[in-house]
Ligand binder design. Structure first.
Ligand SMILES: [Zn+2]
Ligand SMILES: [Zn+2]
Length: 799
């Protein structure tokens, strides 16, 4: 990173940059929408009373004279002992808003005459983030020292990271002496709570629990974390402390409600962002269709990766500092390599070297070096996985490219929010991938710009989640009724007798339950995984453990012969051994990907909610899904051409979960002139597109959910389309689908009709995970079927 070009003193206005992108080689028609998001001035307030002067002088020594309104408001609530969630934009100083009250309380504690002073616990979803937080604290301490001897008292507050990397000889010191412990929910679950006796003085003095990036606790993982926090609260109460919870979130809808579900406590919300922003020009971009043909001859769009590499090249040539966000590590590397090649041709090797790739797993020093290079302008372009979203501190970019929708509007704004230098505008471009959701979004800007971000969906009452935590809690301290039952929610009283019958818990007297087994109760569950023994992915030649795959996903992702991507590298599975729960793999780079084919049956176990849409009906309830992976296809990379099918011999698997399903009647179909042979392809196409669009309404990935469409289902006696949660017991996604069904299915219909293809393509009704090889699919039939269904939804009657 030598050969520095002189930096442009001021970035171009974002419009000019966008004009050049579209102007080059006639790309005008790829731009589907341009949104101008006006600038916002800073709003300042005064810090509330009750903060320590040492903390305030340290903060002002870092250059912050006055806090923004949301920081002051959150700090004020925290001081008054209220749980609070701050949900404001990227780089709006959320950390500082909770650090100010927490450090003040901890500093008070250093002056405690007897015993240990106040303590604080910081939880981050990743180790990297906890390490960043420690570094930020270090900067504040340095500032405190420079501010003079009084402020320097702040350095008496001892902070330490406690995670899987903390050496054993240091752990004892952290337990005994650290006032502020930075860790993650996994360590809390596996180490701190089960070993609470050794943490007793820390827990007894616990004043604040900080939960950073709390929007990442969603779905099954979020539900587990919610129960871990209930276990923490129970132990604290036993030791006599009632910590205040301070949560920081990306901008999401109803942050207070999600925070309440997560912590089980009332939480005040602060959402009015007082930090300033420059103007943002946000462009929506759709790559063109190519000459290539995919499955069933469907047209294939140019990939978002290739398109992003082109745009990055053009922006870097203009001296525009740009980050591209990509989903996979491989994608990030590909974009940086392509851009480097183009730049070398256009402007020489020195310019090519000003583009790099970034992914998770870098050492802190490497990340710091990248941050510095971006700040100084030595590096002009970076292609990154979302690892950068959590962890690396980059500010002062001119442009952000998103190669594919990141899955939620919350992530979209968080990534786009990286652009914008002080006083300058910012350019953000969302480049659509070839799937129904991305296609829908670039043609429906209102769904991005005129709709609030989604709320965080989690379901702590899921019995599959709760049961192992009841065991873990009982192992920590015997459970007693009624207090503990209230704490763990309405499923607890139903589960306890079941756990007793299964010999997991033992009851003594009427009201207490004990853990008397030998194994560690906390080992019953992996809070980031699913039920069942996870399958270990092991490198055959070296015996090195690469990672694990959830039991539920193993058959489709690591069957013998599968191409398995792990942290962006690709491996070929030599053998899946189900008895040993291990997949033996070897690193390889075959010119194809694999996709499993399966058969799925679904049985309705019970209907909880129902809504009549005219003669059609919408339902939510419990189902049992039986799935068997029967073969896999090899699909050539880039072109999508099918290279052959291989049979597999795997047993069926069953999953009890929650589903949303809709039915229409035979009469409705007849009246609408449906021919019997049109129904299977129509329902199948509607199912695929609806799975693609559900992530717009529930914060899930299309891989978190599955679907089945049946022309005549034995349980409903009608043509039925199911969409179910792919996790045992459900994760709240199907329920959200039921609640937002009208909007969800209307958006599905629009996604199909607005696609320019003739008979269906990956942008509308084809699915990359279809177990039937996308056959049969009927695009026009799906449009008619959804129209028929939604006609009755105009005046729904609750049933
Ligand atoms: Zn299409
Ligand atoms: Zn399918």
């Amino acid at each position: 990173m030598t050969d520095l070009r002189p930096m442009k003193p001021r970035p171009d206005p974002p419009e000019a940059a966008l004009d050049r992108l579209t102007g080059a080689s006639g790309r005008q028609d790829r731009l589907t929408h341009t949104e101008h998001i006006p600038s916002r001035p800073a709003q300042h307030a005064d810090w509330p009373a009750g903060l320590r002067p040492e903390v305030l002088s340290a903060i002002s020594a870092t250059g912050i004279r006055q806090p923004w309104t949301h920081q002051a408001e959150a700090a004020d609530l925290a001081i008054s002992g209220q749980n609070v969630v701050i949900a404001t934009g990227t780089a709006s100083g959320k950390s500082l808003a909770y650090l100010a009250p927490v450090l003040s309380a901890l500093l008070d504690g250093t002056e405690a005459k007897n015993g240990r002073g106040a303590t604080g616990l910081y939880l981050a979803p990743t180790k990297a983030l906890a390490a960043d937080q420690l570094r930020r604290l270090g900067e504040l301490r340095t500032a405190a020292e420079q501010a003079g001897p009084d402020a320097a008292r702040l350095t008496r507050v001892r902070a330490a990271v406690y995670d899987g990397d903390t050496p054993f000889e240091e752990r004892e010191w952290v337990r005994q002496y650290a006032a502020y412990v930075l860790t993650n929910p996994d360590m809390l679950h596996r180490a701190i709570l089960p070993g609470h006796a050794r943490w007793s003085t820390f827990l007894r003095s616990l004043r604040y629990v900080v939960i950073d990036e709390c929007h990442t606790y969603r779905g099954v993982f979020g539900s587990h974390v919610a129960q871990v926090l209930r276990r923490l609260r129970r132990l604290c109460a036993r030791y006599g402390s009632h910590p205040v919870f301070l949560l920081a979130s990306a901008t999401v809808a109803e942050p207070g409600q999600s925070a309440e579900r997560l912590t089980g406590l009332p939480v005040a919300e602060v959402t009015e962002d007082g930090s300033p922003r420059g103007e943002t020009v946000f462009a929506l971009w759709e790559p063109p269709l190519t000459e290539m043909a995919g499955e069933h001859g469907a047209p294939v769009r140019r990939s978002a990766t290739a398109e992003a590499a082109d745009l990055l090249t053009d922006l870097v040539l203009e001296g525009t500092r740009t980050v591209v966000f990509v989903r996979s590590r491989r994608g990030a590397e590909l974009i940086s390599v392509i851009a480097q090649e183009r730049l070398a041709e256009a402007a020489g090797h020195a310019t090519a070297r000003r583009v790099a790739a970034y992914r998770g797993g870098y050492l802190p020093e490497e990340r710091r070096a990248l941050e510095r290079a971006l700040h100084s302008g030595a590096l002009l372009g970076l292609a990154s996985t979302s690892a950068l979203e959590l962890g690396v501190d980059v500010a002062g970019l001119d442009a952000v490219l998103l190669a594919g929708y990141p899955g939620t509007r919350a992530s979209l704004w968080q990534q786009a929010g990286r652009a914008g230098r002080e006083g300058g505008g910012a350019l953000a471009v969302l480049i659509a991938r070839d799937d129904p959701l991305d296609t829908y979004l670039v043609h429906h800007p209102d769904s991005l710009f005129r709709r609030p971000v989604e709320s965080t969906v989690l379901d702590p009452d899921n019995p599959h989640v709760l049961a192992p935590h009841l065991c873990a809690a009982a192992a920590e301290l015997p459970l007693t009724a009624p207090g503990d039952l209230e704490l763990f929610g309405p499923s607890a009283p139903i589960l306890l007798p079941q756990l007793e019958r299964r010999g997991m818990l033992r009851r003594r007297g009427e009201n207490s339950w004990f853990w008397t087994r030998r194994e560690r109760a906390a080992d019953l569950v992996d809070i980031r995984g699913e039920g069942g023994t996870p399958v270990r992915v092991v490198e055959a030649d070296t015996g090195r453990l690469l990672g694990t795959v959830d039991a539920g996903a193993a058959h489709t992702t690591v069957h013998t012969g599968a191409v398995h991507l792990h942290q962006g590298r690709s491996y070929l599975v030599r053998e899946l051994d189900l008895e040993e729960s291990v997949a033996l793999v070897a690193e390889a780079d075959p010119p194809y990907s694999t996709v499993a084919r399966d058969t799925t049956h679904i049985a309705v176990l019970g209907t909880d909610r129902q809504e009549a849409w005219g003669d059609a009906s919408l339902n939510f309830g419990s189902v049992e899904v039986t799935n068997q992976v029967v073969s896999f296809l090899k699909r050539r990379l880039l072109t999508g051409e099918i290279l052959g099918e291989t049979k597999l011999d795997l047993p069926p698997r069953t999953l009890r979960t929650r589903a949303v399903w809709w039915t229409v009647t035979e009469e409705q179909l007849e009246d609408a002139g449906f021919l019997p042979e049109e129904l299977p392809g129509s329902a199948h196409a509607a199912e695929h597109a609806s799975i693609g669009l559900l992530p717009l309404f529930a914060t899930c990935d299309r891989w978190d959910i599955g679907g089945v469409s049946v022309p005549l289902h034995p349980d409903t006696g009608l043509p039925t389309v199911f969409v179910y949660d792919g996790h045992p017991g459900g994760a709240g996604f199907a329920e959200r689908g039921f609640e937002r069904a009208r909007e969800w299915l209307s958006a599905t219909l629009q996604a199909i009709t607005s696609c320019e293809c003739e008979r269906g393509c990956p942008s509308c009704i084809q699915s990359p995970k279809c177990g039937n090889g996308n056959d049969p699919l009927d695009k026009q039939g799906a449009v008619r079927l959804l129209n028929l269904l939604l006609a009755g939804a105009e005046h729904p009657v609750a049933g």
